[in-house]
Write a protein that binds this ligand. Structure first.
Ligand code: FE2
Ligand code: FE2
Length: 471
């Protein structure tokens, strides 16, 4: 059960060969996936890349490293081990056995949740399609492709669930996941942040820090689901997701390190002329990526999400560690609201406020990155810290949509907002400057001017290792 069968066209640990109908359906989706990958996946031609592939979902053996030609990557279907006696941890079915099939009354909602999650996975591959042309090192190039192949596998994970449990509708949705495209006018991806471009490597590090981290929290809620195949799928995806966040966290570490070195060496903030990214530009990128990622958490209050929780479809972050009744029918919490152009809070039933609950967990987690980047600055004797903007800044979804707040959280007039926005969000000039630094460095052991080398390579290999061979 736990060992992945690589002898099949679609590697899997779900005994796919026992279900010929499902196997055939997925085998007919596979060429469509590969043609999507060819058109929308990494644009830079490579001979091979040093990649991690899952060979078993057990603790010791799920990551196997080797040079692989990208189109031959073994995308497959891997679920965490089934716990035989797993029970539902929350909602009105709390204490009952987890479901191995989809209950008819929750079919539409579960399918919707899986489609929304599934839509983000290929979207990020599309957003990152052209970054290979400007990688700052072979190490970074390899990390980009690792993230890309795993997001491709996460699409497979969701497509498996759609095919296996949702019949004809599920198969149609699986097709549509390849037809929508990031940034498309006619058929965009479902969520806003996944239609934003990722034009340069600073944006890529910010995306993997802030937007992949949103993914971590969404997967964390689905991992609690009463629908056991979904829970096990998301549990395994979270293991892969950790690497994506490592790429973001250490990527920003390395940009901040290089910036700090240049500031100290030349005794100035104005390091653009020395080939570095000024701290103010890093802050503006951070403001942008954090605020668009907050929109992914939806409105502060949501009766849909309350129903998902009550029905057992989607739990809270670390549901089992919460010290309450896990039903939440009696609790109330204070929720952000805007009244008369001011921030207030209103008492709201806890069930309806679960989006805000998840967003707060996410914000606390994001803060840990800011703390570590400020430690790097402080170690270089720089006392201008990076900060997370107020959660009402630059929002298009929820209580703050339509309001103008500064990063410090002050409510502004439209004129004040227009006057300040170039100081707070990346301007065209910032983007053009960062873009001008983006020149590929493909010699092993070398690195671009604007970023420090990593402290560690991948899988114990040195930084100088040949992580990829270009075609
Ligand atoms: Fe993912
Ligand atoms: Fe990811």
């Amino acid at each position: 059960m736990s060992t992945i069968n690589y002898s099949e066209r679609i590697p899997n640990n779900v005994n796919l060969s026992d279900d010929r109908r499902l196997q055939r359906a997925l085998e007919s989706w596979q060429p469509k996936f590969l043609s999507w990958w060819g058109e929308m996946g990494p644009a830079l031609p490579t001979t091979d890349v040093y990649l991690r592939t899952a060979v078993s979902v057990q603790r010791d053996g799920w990551a196997h490293f080797g040079h692989v030609a990208l189109p031959e990557y073994r995308w497959g279907i891997f679920l965490s081990e089934r716990q035989s006696e797993r029970t539902i941890a929350f909602g009105r079915h709390k204490g009952e056995k987890a479901w191995q099939q989809v209950p008819g009354e929750h079919r539409a909602d579960l399918q919707r949740l899986i489609v929304i999650q599934g839509d983000t996975e290929p979207a990020s591959v599309e957003q990152q399609r052209h970054l290979g042309a400007t990688a700052p090192s072979l190490y970074d190039l390899r990390n980009l492709f690792q993230v890309n192949v795993e997001e491709g596998r996460h699409l497979w994970a969701m497509v498996y669930l759609l095919h296996a449990y949702f019949g004809r509708d599920g198969r149609d949705e699986a097709e549509s996941l390849l037809l929508r495209n990031s940034g498309s006018e006619d058929a965009p991806r479902i969520l806003g942040a996944f239609n934003e471009p990722t034009p340069d490597w600073l944006a890529f590090y910010m995306f993997t820090y802030f937007t992949d981290r949103d993914g971590k929290y969404q997967l964390g809620t689905l991992k609690e689901s009463a629908f056991d195949p979904l829970a096990r799928t998301c549990d395994f995806m979270l293991k892969e997701e950790a690497h994506h966040m490592m790429v973001g966290t250490t990527g920003i570490d390395r940009v901040v390190t290089r910036t700090a070195e240049l500031m100290r060496e030349h005794d100035t903030d104005d390091i653009a002329r020395f080939g570095g990214i000024p701290l103010a530009v890093i802050q503006r990128y951070l403001n942008f990526h954090y605020s668009v990622s907050l929109d992914l958490f939806g409105s502060e209050t949501s009766t849909n999400v309350a129903n998902y929780f009550t029905n057992g479809l989607k739990g809270r972050w670390q549901e089992e560690r919460r010290k309450d009744d896990h039903v939440l029918t009696d609790g109330h919490v204070m929720v952000d609201a805007v009244a008369d152009g001011r921030l207030t809070t209103v008492e709201t039933p806890a069930l309806v406020a679960l989006n805000q609950d998840l967003r707060a967990e996410y914000t606390a987690d994001c803060g840990s990155g800011v703390t570590r980047w400020n430690r790097i600055l402080a170690d270089h004797g720089i006392d201008t810290p990076l900060t997370l903007p107020h959660h009402g800044f630059n929002r298009a979804v929820g209580a703050f949509a339509g309001c103008h707040l500064s990063p410090a959280g002050e409510f502004l007039t439209v004129e004040q907002w227009e006057a300040g926005r170039h100081a707070w969000l990346p301007s065209d000039a910032d983007m053009a400057f960062v873009s001008s630094l983006m020149r590929p460095v493909y010699e092993p052991g070398r690195i671009a001017s604007w970023v420090a080398p990593p402290r560690q390579g991948i899988n114990g290999q040195p930084f100088e290792y040949e992580y990829a061979h270009l075609a």
